[in-house]
Design a protein around this ligand. Structure first.
Ligand SMILES: Cc1cc2nc3c(=O)[nH]c(=O)nc-3n(C[C@H](O)[C@H](O)[C@H](O)COP(=O)(O)O)c2cc1C
Length: 323
């Protein structure tokens, strides 16, 4: 079951984190993981004309764009634009519980409007040739039963989409911050497993609180894919073992120094195109995770960000990595 899914191991969309630079870094460690952009609000694309938010590196494929919105016409326009940009998939965010997103009537509050979600996704699907997917929660507020989730998926699947990414906890719309909403509502993996049993024709990807590859292997016996956010950001080199342990292929690197060297070449190229050094360097913090000189490595990165220059620091940075 899980063997064939291109979504066997996905990287979670994370605003301010999984930008094009972070995704490039992850791709230096894993050839196979499926990447997603941060959420991009349809309003900012269409009315803010911020189309450069869609920029990504060719090396990132396979990569999906995540859209936030609930206006059908806007979603159609942004889906078409994203397809033209070359994305491999268009994902709709139905999981973000922030106040700002609720005011815009998108994100997790849409779990209360399954018919609207179905219509949005159906129209997006008809507008493009690439697959369309959803990332949602188990429920919102006190809608905690499996029946609520079952009903939501039953209606939404009539859009014709097949890929469902489920963050295995409820979203609480009032009273919890987005950060608390990622930690406090309890994880209920069994709901996601049951979903796969009840809808075997759908591709079900489980997300939330997954930390190790052992956990991933266990989930993969029950669902089609796993998605990890924070644990990979904090320790990107864990992706090296994903190649062998999850995909059964040969790791593309065994050396953090090698990854760092290639990433710094990329940083220098992007600097010459006007990209911000701090935004690119911060993704390296986790690379030294577990190493002897991890703290010194992080301090060195902070120094580079403060000085706004890489010059003269590259070798020193590389020497602070153990292998
Ligand atoms: C800083 C941060 C930003 C996030 N931004 C998004 C986002 O833009 N879209 C989205 O669907 N989820 C977003 N999430 C939620 C993650 O995609 C994921 O569902 C959540 O962190 C649980 O997975 P994890 O325990 O593996 O991190 C964000 C999470 C974090 C920590």
């Amino acid at each position: 079951m899980a063997k064939d899914s291109i979504h066997k191991f996905c990287i979670a969309p994370m605003m301010q984190y999984t930008d094009m630079h972070d995704r490039y870094l992850l791709r230096l460690i894993s050839r196979n993981v499926f990447l997603y952009t941060e959420m991009i609000a349809t309003g900012s694309l269409i009315y803010g004309k911020c189309f450069n938010q869609l920029d990504f590196n060719d090396e990132e494929h396979p990569v999906g764009v995540q859209l936030g919105g609930s206006d059908i016409n806007d979603l159609i326009e942004c889906s078409k634009k994203s397809e033209q940009y070359g994305y491999d998939e268009i994902n709709l965010n139905v999981g973000c519980p922030s106040d700002r997103v609720q005011k815009g009537k998108f994100g997790a509050c849409l779990m209360l409007e399954p018919e609207l979600v179905r219509d949005c996704l159906g129209n997006m699907k008809n507008a493009v040739d690439v697959p369309v997917s959803i990332k949602c929660r188990l429920g919102v507020d006190d809608n905690e039963s499996y029946e609520f989730l079952y009903n939501f998926i039953s209606i939404v699947k009539d859009s014709g989409i097949k890929i469902f990414i489920i963050h295995a906890r409820n979203g609480i719309l009032k009273g919890l911050s987005p950060r608390q909403n990622r930690n406090i509502p309890p994880l209920k993996y069994d709901y996601v497993y049951k979903l796969k049993k009840d809808f075997p024709e759908l591709e079900i990807i489980i997300n939330g609180g997954i930390k190790t590859l052992d956990e991933c292997r266990d989930h993969l016996t029950k669902v089609d894919g796993v998605m990890i956010g924070r644990s990979v950001y904090e320790n990107p080199f864990m992706l090296k073992d994903v190649e062998s342990d999850i995909y059964g292929s040969i790791p593309i690197t065994s050396s953090k120094k090698d990854v760092l060297g290639k990433y710094l070449e990329y940083v220098e190229k992007k600097l010459s195109e006007g990209h911000d050094l701090g935004r690119m360097m911060k993704h390296l913090f986790g690379l030294s995770r577990g190493d002897k000189y991890a703290k010194s490595f992080r301090i060195k990165i902070l120094e580079i960000i403060k000085q706004k220059s890489l010059k003269g620091h590259k070798k020193e940075l590389q020497d602070l990595l153990v292998y």
